[in-house]
Unconditional design. Sequence first.
Length: 153
Amino acid sequence: MFRYLFLVFLSIGIFTSCTTKNIDLLSKDSLYKLGLENTKIKSILHNNDVEGLINITYLNPTSPQKYDKKYNEFLVGIYLDNNKEQYHVSLNSKKYVYKELLKKSSKLYKNIPSFNPYAKYYIIKFKKEKSKKLNFELVHNIYGKTTIVFDTF
């Protein structure tokens, strides 16, 4: 009987602590939550080995009044094993018009969804075009192409 009660209380304790962590995640400020909803993460693969990771947040839906109506703006985190930065990025096969390394003092840096401490983060802008889908591509000289698709905002 004692073992049964102990297992019940242990289960309740584990369930409660897990629930509390989920509530904490969801109670963060709205910038973080909106960013999380508009973030996609993908492994950069080569010969079935993970060589890096890219996480992209589509910024326009997170704050429509802030981001320019002429551009699709992204917060892009790129981590490549062995720092092999032989790549270029495009959106629907078009080159970006603006790319800047994100400063650690930036408010965005402090609210990066799915933050990877090993990644370099950039703000990248592309001219808006009429399209229902946005195909963000990272093409690496060795690892090939990695594509992440967003719906247009």
